[in-house]
Ligand binder design. Structure first.
Ligand code: TMP
Length: 213
């Protein structure tokens, strides 16, 4: 079972994933939690290069960086885990490229689909959970989190993009969900954390027969 989590900046994926993974461990379910960019050892080296707000990364360099990360992630982490029967939970996967580089930057979606298909060898998630909320709400959360971190990170390149970029990314995600109704489930990420978590456990029960308290 391969499950991806997607959403705009500040949608609260990481916090919910912490609770979810603790519950999976309590149930004795064997799983791998991973993320993009940075799920493999090579990906962890690429991540700061891709997200550093102080770098002027050319759009194609950025695209191929995310794709290189994904190719390595699939081959070194995701496929081996699926082969031994682990549940794989990835914070972002191929849909991020369609939403950010495609809808956000305006790159050709057919080309991106083809590149995604190539680097993943056609491996798509069984289930994609999309955290949806208003862009303004997401960015407000991001800015208050960054204020707490007080300059301890430079991984803010996308967060610094204008609000219209984030609107296009959100619209892109919603279009993807519409195009793949079997694979996507939406959660209302504007709700309090416990309610978001409740929506996830309902989806996992319905779609994956995984029952968590
Ligand atoms: P995050 O892992 O902390 O959410 O940050 C990853 C950032 O990288 C986020 O702003 C989305 C962006 N991204 C892309 O633009 N394209 C991609 O293919 C992926 C995986 C991430």
């Amino acid at each position: 079972m391969f499950i991806s989590f997607e959403g705009i900046e500040g949608s609260g994926k990481s916090t919910t994933l912490n609770s979810l993974c603790a519950a999976l461990a309590d149930e004795g379910i064997s799983f791998v939690r991973t993320n993009e960019p940075g799920g493999s050892a090579i990906g962890r080296a690429l991540r700061p290069l891709l997200l550093d707000r102080d770098q002027q990364l050319a759009q194609l360099a950025e695209l191929f960086g995310f794709l290189a990360d994904r190719a390595q992630h699939v081959s070194a982490v995701i496929r081996p885990a699926l082969e031994i029967g682990d549940v794989v939970i990835s914070d972002r996967y191929a849909d991020s490229t369609i939403a950010y580089q495609g809808y956000g930057w305006g790159m050709d979606i057919n080309m991106l689909n083809w590149l995604n298909q190539t680097v993943t060898g056609g491996l798509a998630p069984d289930l994609t959970i999309l955290f949806d909320l208003e862009v303004e709400d997401g960015l407000r959360r991001v800015f208050s989190r960054n204020a707490d971190r007080a300059g301890q990170t430079t991984e803010e390149r996308f967060e610094a993009e204008p609000i219209d970029f984030h609107r296009r990314v959100r619209e892109g995600y919603l279009k993807l969900a519409e195009m793949h109704p079997q694979r996507f489930r939406l959660v209302d990420a504007s709700l309090p954390q416990e309610m978001v978590y409740g929506q996830i456990t309902d989806i996992l029960a319905e779609r994956c027969s995984i029952y968590l308290s």
